[in-house]
Design a protein around this ligand. Structure first.
Ligand code: THU
Length: 134
């Protein structure tokens, strides 16, 4: 699947975002190795901390459908600036796909990163095994 097709899917789901507090609507589309695409939007809450980002909504949908392997994620935000996943979403995605291709919107353009470049020294239990702490 082309990056632009995955980004189109992210832009389509963005309109479903529930973001009455920040007014920053985000859509994400996650391409599984199976070829299926899972979409998610951000969902805010009056208590703020229960809010969920679009990326984590997409991962939850995919894992709930039985997927564990992923190839690419597109994330679409508003405005002209870069919309890249927050730190919590980077860690969540890293659990399943450290080398994930991350396609970020910048206005009508896109910028592509790898997840391991966006999250150097990510936390993992494997690192603890190596240093003998577990
Ligand atoms: N948000 C996302 O959904 N994904 C991102 O990559 C960045 C931030 C959401 C969280 C919150 O609902 C709103 O955007 C403003 O931070």
């Amino acid at each position: 699947m082309r990056d632009s097709e995955l980004m189109d899917a992210a832009r389509r789901v963005r309109v479903r975002a529930y973001a009455p507090y920040s007014r920053y609507s985000v859509g994400a589309a996650l391409l599984a190795r199976s070829g299926a695409v899972y979409a998610g939007c951000n969902m805010e809450n009056a208590a703020f901390s229960p809010s969920v980002c679009a990326e984590r909504a997409a991962v939850a949908a995919a894992v709930s459908a039985g997927e564990r392997e992923f190839e690419a994620l597109a994330v679409a935000g508003p405005g002209e600036g870069l919309c890249a996943p927050c730190g919590v979403c980077r860690q969540t995605l890293f659990e399943f796909a450290p080398a994930l291709r991350v396609i970020c919107s910048r206005g009508d353009d896109m910028e592509v990163f790898t997840l391991d470049a966006l999250l150097p020294f990510a936390f993992s239990f494997r690192a603890l095994d190596i240093c003998g702490e577990r």
